[in-house]
Structures are given as structure tokens and as C-alpha cells.
Design a protein around this ligand. Structure first.
Ligand code: BG6
Length: 508
């Protein structure tokens, strides 16, 4: 196992949710696994005024809450908290960076951190450029003394133009190699396992093409609504929030060619090629191939579930989509003619992310089919929860004759002894410390994804006739989504039934 160099991790926006829920718990896990370097410190910074002890106490609660199932060792937490510091500052004001500099100088002398800094922007995206500019002005961005790495969270822009603009501005200050764009789906074990399933096993890859695969289906469903993020979500929507990044990344890994090596650019080049091969959507394709929905009020187990428009921070007349389903093609040698179906939504019946490879049917049906049998074989990569892999096929039903029965070969990570799935942020933060950008989105990959989605954003924005379908919270989204999965009575895979007892499918 490689070990990272000594470093200080500076978190901007440290009093926010991301730091408490994900970053500090992930860093604590790294500490428990002895993966942090010997000279290491975390400097939280933000406008909220904390004493260092006050901030440490907040982080103690964050760790206890995030790791409540693991009963963390109080002694280890105490050790870890000693690595945490806090600087109260307004990151949009250049003058306040002298305070940060002083703290960093101090840590460099006391912990020999070698002037290596990682800057994590857990802030609203409008601040990415401002903070980078201020860091550059304070002499903290150039790499003459140590390395300087910048982590930014999605959204990387709001559309193609703003993404290009952000990249251009950042490139005016730092190089692409210093930028780590986090797509936390790439930090998930099961997402990385797509590559291993495909390229470490001889049995799948010969079948992994248009000759044997009928269609690819990717679902990322959530049962929660927008919770406390209505303000952000209402100006974003499911296409920007989930499709542009997480879902397209899963498409990239599922569809890519074998990389020439595990070098970060070798892998990212292959993802880029997939995105470059996405068949561009014409304006006239959008209503036929992309469908949007928004959850409306319903009742589940007797409880009233509010519709999206009644959520905090959401406009009562909002036309923002909380559900998207799409059909598209990857126009290349491997995938020509194979439809890809993707869907994501909030307030669906269950939280599940899975990639389903539907293989073609046998050319001739010899056997009598029972209900559920005679379908195509499916390989289901279960990304979360209940992580695993499921191969679905027909077998002979025991007894006389040749009746078939549809069964699953089911591997669950939970059945592998001693396997703990690390949180996505653990892997990603560790990789930044190592300087490995394989699991981070590169500028051209991000831009190509935006370019593919531009026609959808344009049509939705400019054509009021494009429908927005209301679906009752707790259902699998607009019922018309089945029309996207065309031909021979095909449907999406529904891992469970609708939950809503009341509520109307409607047009909004
Ligand atoms: C985030 C989105 O990127 O991913 C959220 O902004 C979404 O809206 C979340 O809830 C889903 O992540 P996960 O890991 O829970 O599937």
C-alpha cells in the first residue's frame, strides 16, 4: 500500500454539512486504518466563529453520529481531534488569507508538513474561483515549495458555457493536474468494481457488445425527497444533479474500452471516448427520448407525503424535474444499435442504484415457459445498497418435462467475511493525498458530458410544450416512462412495487 506524503488539508466551508457528514468521518476512518501520514493536520475554515476546541467538539459529535454503528474508540477520536485546527475567516476576502497563512506556517514547522497543501472547497460553487484567486494571491497556489491540490465538488458549472468558464478561470491560476473534481460515485467500491468485473474476468468481456447485449439499463433511485436542499435543488434538478455526473460516469465505465493501463489518464481517456461517442440528441429527439417528472403529494402507509412544490426552498410553481428517464445510443463499434436507458429520481419507492445488462434472448424457444422465465439473461451490478452482483437465468424446474424457472445467482458483499466497504470519501480523499486523479473527473470529460445534455437543457428551457409529468411520491416515476423502453413488451426493472396508496399521475 502506498503511503501519502505529509500534508495539511484545508477545508473551506468547514462548518457546513459536508464536512460533518462526510469529510471528517472519512478522515477519521483513514486514521483508524493508519493511512494518514505521520505529519498531518486538518485546518477547517469558515465565517462561523469557532474556537479550536469548539470546532473539535463539533467534529467529535460528527464522528460519533456518522460512525454510530461502529462504536468508535473514544481514545482514537481524542487522538484524531488533536489533528484538527480552525481559522475563522471569510474566504471571499483576500486580506483574511494572512491568518490562514500564519496557521499553515505554524503547522509546517510543528508537523513537518513540507508545505504540501490540499484545499477542499466544501463551499457553494460560486466561491471556487474566488477562493482559488485568493489562494494564488496569498502565494498558496504555486508549487515551488510543496504540492498544492484543489478539490472541488459538483456541480462543475450549470451548463456547458459555465463549466468551460469555470475551467478557464481555474486554469488561469492553477494547472489541470492540480484540480480534483469529486464525483463521489467514482469513490464507491461497487462502481470501481465495474472495471474489475469487466477486465479481470474472461467470461464477460467476449459478450460485452452489440452482438450479445440487447440493452443497458441504469437506475439510481432515491426514496428521500429534497430534504433541506430545496433551494439548491430547485435551481438544479435531476438532470444536473445526478445525470450529468453520476449516471453518465456509470455509463462511461460500463461502455468503455479496456484502458491500456491503470494510469489515470488511460482510464479517463476511455471514458472521454464513450462520451464523445454518445449520439447527439437533436431538438426533435428530446421529447421522444427524454422524460421528466416531479413528485406530487401522496399517501404512504397512511402518512401524507408532501409534493415537491411544498418542500422548503422550492417555488410553489416550480417546473424543476425530480425525475429523469432517458434513452440514447453510444455510436461506436462495440455498441452500435444498443439502447442505453437511464433513470433517476427522488421519492421513488426505494433507494437503489443498479446497472442491468440485458443479454439477447435465445434465437429459438425450445422449452415451455413459466411466469418470469424466458426473459433475457441479466447481469445486475448492484451499486447500492445491498452491494453485489446478480446473474439472472433460466433453469429446469425439477420434475417431469422441461419447464423452466427463472433464478438468480446472487453474490452479496455482505456475505464476504471481513469485508467493510469504505465510504466513497475515504477512498477519494486518500487518492488526493497520493496525487492519484484516476477517480476524479477531468475537464474534457465534464465538458463533453455537458455538451451531450445541452439540447435537453435548451429544449426544456425554451419549449413550454415539453411535458412535466407529476408522479405520486413513492411510485416509480411517471407511468409513461415505460413507453421509452420500447418493443416486445419490455419494461424497466422494478426491484419493488409502488408504495403510494393515493396520489395522481398527472401533467403539471
Ligand atoms: C448527490 C446529489 O450528488 O448524490 C444528491 O446532489 C443525491 O441529490 C446524492 O441525493 C445521492 O448519492 P448517494 O451516494 O446517496 O447515491
Amino acid at each position: 500500500m502506498e503511503h501519502p506524503d505529509n500534508v495539511v488539508l484545508v477545508i473551506f466551508g468547514a462548518s457546513g454539512d459536508l464536512t460533518s457528514r462526510k469529510l471528517v468521518p472519512a478522515l477519521f476512518s483513514l486514521k483508524c486504518q493508519k493511512l494518514l501520514p505521520s505529519g498531518f493536520a486538518i485546518v477547517g475554515s469558515g465565517r462561523s466563529s469557532f474556537t479550536e476546541d469548539g470546532f473539535r467538539e463539533k467534529m467529535r459529535s460528527a464522528i460519533l453520529s456518522a460512525h454510530r454503528d461502529r462504536n468508535p474508540d473514544p481514545g482514537m477520536i481524542q487522538e484524531f481531534l488533536k489533528l484538527i485546527y480552525y481559522v475563522t475567516m471569510d474566504s471571499s476576502v483576500a486580506e483574511t488569507y494572512s491568518r490562514l497563512r500564519e496557521k499553515l506556517d505554524l503547522l509546517n514547522s510543528s508537523k513537518a508538513t513540507g508545505y504540501n497543501y490540499i484545499f477542499y472547497m466544501a463551499t457553494p460553487p460560486v466561491l471556487y474561483e474566488v477562493i482559488s484567486t485568493n489562494l494564488a494571491k496569498a502565494g498558496l497556489a504555486d508549487q515551488t515549495a510543496g504540492f498544492r491540490r484543489f478539490i472541488i465538488e459538483k456541480p462543475f458549472g450549470y451548463d456547458l458555457a459555465s463549466a468551460q468558464n469555470l475551467t478557464r478561470k481555474l486554469h488561469g491560476l492553477i494547472s489541470e493536474k492540480q484540480i480534483y473534481r469529486i464525483d463521489h460515485y467514482l469513490g464507491k467500491e461497487t462502481v470501481q468494481n465495474i472495471l474489475v468485473t469487466r477486465f479481470a474476468n474472461g467470461i464477460f468481456e467476449p459478450l460485452w457488445n452489440r452482438n450479445y447485449i440487447h440493452r443497458v439499463e441504469i437506475t439510481s433511485a432515491e426514496n428521500i425527497g429534497v430534504e433541506e436542499r430545496g433551494g439548491y435543488y430547485d435551481s438544479s434538478g435531476a438532470l444536473r444533479d445526478m445525470v450529468q455526473n453520476h449516471l453518465l460516469m456509470m455509463v462511461g465505465l460500463t461502455a468503455m474500452e479496456p484502458p491500456s493501463s491503470l494510469e489515470s489518464d488511460a482510464i479517463r481517456n476511455e471514458i472521454l471516448k464513450v462520451f464523445q461517442s454518445l449520439q447527439p440528441l437533436q431538438v426533435s429527439d428530446v421529447p421522444k427520448q427524454v422524460l421528466r417528472g416531479q413528485y406530487v403529494e401522496s399517501r404512504i402507509s397512511g402518512e401524507r407525503i408532501p409534493g415537491y412544490r411544498s418542500e422548503k426552498g422550492v417555488s410553489p410553481a416550480s417546473r424543476t424535474e425530480t425525475y429523469v428517464a432517458m434513452k440514447f445510443y453510444v455510436n461506436n463499434w462495440r455498441w452500435g444499435g444498443v439502447p442505453f436507458y437511464i433513470r433517476t429520481g427522488k421519492r421513488l419507492p426505494v433507494k437503489v442504484t443498479e446497472i442491468v445488462i440485458h443479454f439477447k434472448r435465445t434465437p429459438h424457444h425450445l422449452f415451455q415457459r413459466n411466469e418470469g422465465s424466458g426473459n433475457s439473461n441479466k447481469l445486475i451490478m448492484r451499486i447500492q445498497p445491498d452491494e453485489g452482483m446478480l446473474l439472472n437465468f433460466d433453469m429446469k424446474e425439477p420434475g417431469s418435462g422441461f419447464n423452466t424457472k427463472n433464478v438468480d445467482m446472487d453474490l452479496r458483499y455482505s456475505s464476504l467475511a471481513d469485508v467493510r466497504l469504505p465510504a466513497a470519501y475515504e477512498r477519494l480523499l486518500f487518492d488526493v493525498m497520493l496525487g492519484d486523479s484516476t477517480l476524479f473527473s477531468r475537464d474534457d470529460v465534464v465538458e463533453t458530458a455537458w455538451r451531450f445534455l445541452e439540447p435537453v437543457l435548451d429544449v426544456w428551457k425554451n419549449d413550454p410544450a415539453i411535458k412535466l409529468y407529476g408522479y405520486p411520491a413513492g411510485t416509480w416515476g411517471p407511468d409513461v416512462a415505460d413507453n421509452l423502453v420500447d418493443g416486445c413488451g419490455l419494461t424497466w426493472r422494478y426491484p419493488c412495487n409502488n408504495l403510494a396508496e393515493e396520489g395522481e399521475f398527472c401533467e403539471l
